[in-house]
Design a protein around this ligand. Structure first.
Ligand SMILES: Nc1ncnc2c1ncn2[C@@H]1O[C@H](COP(=O)(O)OP(=O)(O)OP(=O)(O)O)[C@@H](O)[C@H]1O
Ligand SMILES: O=C(O)C1=C[C@@H](O)[C@@H](O)[C@H](O)C1
Ligand SMILES: [Mg+2]
Length: 189
């Protein structure tokens, strides 16, 4: 067992952030690096419902989607040694935080310009079916920023930073939130 695994003790990693931030891409790499299993809440929802996220939104609405998302998160949280890419809206439900808090929450914070360039030709995200994609992304980020900021780790992504570099940065920053001696004294009791 390497040092990082000894430190993590099987604690799950939850990646949060806006659509297109790279949660799925980086989550897979993190799992590989740490010898963890990778799961993606969006993919599990699609598999369990046998429908695409677009179909779930269209047929049952966003509220029903959010309930399924919470149920999937609850199941995952009962396991260990997982790297989990969450849906962009997972932070919206207060209840979800009781599950996210079982693990370490990492916010991948990419600039709106970067999100825009990645998502402009993507039709799989129902909340982005707006005429002005950049304005929609900006407004979603403004609504959610304070919630994403509740993460244990905040990574401000640089344009051009590769998934491998981001993964290495997440791993390098894990000790800053897991080692008691690195936490401010006020948090120790
Ligand atoms: N660091 C990166 N550099 C370049 N392209 C990236 C990077 N990270 C992700 N991508 C690309 O951006 C797109 C979106 O990435 P990804 O699906 O991982 O985002 P996500 O955060 O999981 O989005 P969602 O919340 O919608 O599931 C993909 O096409 C992916 O290949
Ligand atoms: O940001 C959001 O609210 C969403 C992000 C995606 O990952 C999916 O979970 C779905 O399209 C909703
Ligand atoms: Mg994803």
């Amino acid at each position: 067992m390497n040092l990082m695994n000894q430190l993590l003790k099987g604690v799950n990693l939850y990646l949060v952030g806006m659509m297109g931030a790279g949660k799925t891409t980086v989550g897979r790499l993190l799992a590989k690096e740490l010898g963890y299993h990778f799961f993606d809440t969006d993919m599990l929802i699609e598999q369990s419902q046998k429908k695409s996220i677009n179909e779930i939104f269209a047929e049952t609405g966003e509220a029903a989607f959010r309930d399924i998302e919470t149920a999937v998160l609850a199941e995952l949280s009962s396991c260990v040694r997982l790297a989990i890419a969450t849906g962009g809206g997972i932070v919206l439900q207060r209840k979800n935080w009781s599950y996210l808090r079982h693990g370490l929450v990492v916010w991948l914070d990419a600039p709106v310009e970067v999100l825009y360039s990645r998502l402009q030709n993507d039709a799989t995200r129902p909340l982005l079916r707006e005429t002005d994609l950049k304005v929609k992304l900006q407004s979603l980020l403004e609504q959610r920023q304070a919630l994403y900021a509740q993460a244990d780790l905040h990574l401000t992504l640089q344009p051009g930073e590769t998934p491998e570099q981001i993964t290495a940065r997440v791993i390098a920053e894990i000790p800053t939130v897991l080692c008691p001696e690195r936490r401010p004294v006020t948090e120790l009791n």
